[in-house]
Design a binder for this molecule. Sequence first.
Ligand code: PNS
Length: 163
Amino acid sequence: MKRGIVPGTFDPVTSGHLDIIERAAALFDSLVVGVALSPDKGGGPLFSAEERVTFIQDATAHLENVSVRAFDTLLVDFAEEVGASVIVKGLRAMTDFEREFQMAALNWRLDHHVETMFIMAIPEYMYLSSSAVKEIAVHGGSVRELVPDAVCDAISRKLSEAR
Ligand code: PNS
């Protein structure tokens, strides 16, 4: 049985992430979405790990071979813990490449048994990122269709609580 893992911070999950998860799920017997706690990224995540996991669980409920778990370890250790041999990452514009290339090389150095593969983002999602979604929302723009509806509502609630 071939198991893949799609890791990320997912703060919050976007339609672009979900497209990559869905396409990766079609390539593996089972797929684990690993939600990194990433407490230090960008001044701390907007959503808790539990919230981020729940958003992805709800949005992938129709995909029977997908499960979602939070992790706070090295990615290669988490991959081993869940029995995944392939890390799947989405690649958007060339700007992603440098960082992803570095992470793939370091993960290879840390564990030769775990491969990294990339799935190209479709043009519609090429410039979509969680941080852009948050920036648009903070300035009052609509993020509908960029994220699942439940996430869109949660961002509005979170931002109005903070005001
Ligand atoms: O969505 P992101 O923030 O680009 O995802 C980055 C992530 C979570 C995949 C990366 O930071 C990661 O793998 N974190 C776990 C810690 C780790 O293994 N770091 C070394 C990888 S080079």
